[in-house]
Design a binder for this molecule. Structure first.
Ligand code: TXA
Ligand code: MG
Length: 315
């Protein structure tokens, strides 16, 4: 872990309106002072992100959100149970909130989360203010789970990159919308659906009326450059293989998410494996079937998006 001076320097950069990439337990984030319009706009510019995509606001303490969002009993209960941790709550935004309207991107809600990674917590505490932070990748690309990924994605677009080693969970947070009449899981993520359902009862599936509820639901959102071939039961010699369990043989190159079939281990390795296999020279990445239980829902969600046809702007 970097020494304290690195945290102090990062916090000073953030307070001055700069962008700092930092590790969380899920993926690396690209942080900015959430109340500073120019800093938040700089995040969108650095990511090349369409501006309709709202950002998660990160805090060190739940109390930092009291003037920004309207808490309801379910939100309080979930925050007590799962924070700090890989759960993002979408709550109604208070009209008097001083956070940048760009964080909400035109919605009347705010997505908020308290990360568990010790470096993220130290940084949030030192900055002394909420930080807006999307995953630290260029828009439409796979989230970074190491500082090297961030460097490759964003290069000098961040004033500083804090290196906390590989992310323990390796998948983005679960995004739960508690701003409407029914709780809705907008994004399967690092906290399995079953854990939320134990608290809330069965969760309404993500319905939409044609419009994505959450831009993270855009079909192609986590795209490597190579095409992905899902549920592969065979592999050809010109393909790279993303294996799970006992690997198929005969691929040009391969990564095994978990030889022993452990979904938590597979989640932690997913994005790093995609980053490594996504190289020119292979015809495609063949992906072996992954079961749907536990973190398998989030892993399959990311793989299905990564395999979806891409709009030109994201390719
Ligand atoms: O694990 C994570 O959540 C990471 C780390 C850095 O915290 N952050 C992350 O941020 O994945 P990002 O911006 O890549 O994804 C945020 C997701 C997007 O799908 C976005 O559309 C959704 O949260 N979101 C943000 N604000 C929202 C809101 N007000 N209503 C609905 N969805 C929202
Ligand atoms: Mg992202």
């Amino acid at each position: 872990m970097p020494p304290f001076p690195a945290i102090a320097e990062a916090a000073a950069l953030l307070r001055a309106g700069g962008l700092v990439a930092f590790p969380t337990e899920t993926v690396y984030g690209l942080g900015a002072d959430a109340a500073d319009d120019r800093a938040v706009a700089a995040i969108y510019a650095a990511k090349g992100r369409p501006s309709f995509n709202p950002l998660i606001v990160h805090v060190a303490e739940a109390g930092q959100l009291d003037e920004e969002v309207v808490w309801n009993p379910a939100a309080r209960r979930l925050a007590r149970r799962f924070w700090p941790g890989p759960l993002t709550l979408v709550l109604p935004r208070r009209p008097e909130s001083r956070l940048s309207l760009l964080c909400s991107a035109g919605l009347d809600s705010l997505a908020v989360r308290m990360p568990a990674h010790p470096l993220a917590r130290a940084l949030l505490q030192a900055a002394g203010r909420p930080l807006a932070a999307p995953s630290a990748n260029r828009s439409g690309r796979v989230s970074p789970t190491t500082a090297a990924h961030v460097r490759r994605e964003l290069g000098g677009r961040a004033a500083m990159i804090l290196d906390g080693g590989p992310c323990a969970i390796g998948l983005e947070s679960s995004v739960l919308d508690l701003s409407g009449a029914q709780p809705r899981l907008l994004r399967a993520g690092g906290l399995p659906r079953q854990a939320l359902e134990r608290e809330l009862g069965p969760l309404a599936s993500r319905i939409d009326n044609g419009q994505p509820l959450s831009p993270g639901q855009l079909p192609s959102h986590y795209a490597p450059s190579l095409p992905l071939r899902l549920n592969a039961r065979t592999v050809s010699p010109d393909e790279a293989l993303l294996a799970f369990g006992t690997a198929l043989s005969g691929a040009a190159d391969s990564e095994n998410l978990s030889p022993g079939g452990d979904l938590t281990e597979a989640a932690a390795r997913l994005f790093a494996a995609l980053h490594r296999l996504d190289r020119p020279g292979f015809a495609a990445i063949a992906v072996m079937p992954i079961p749907m239980e536990g973190l398998g829902e989030a892993i399959n969600d990311r793989l299905i998006r990564a395999a979806a046809p891409r709009p030109r702007s994201q390719s």
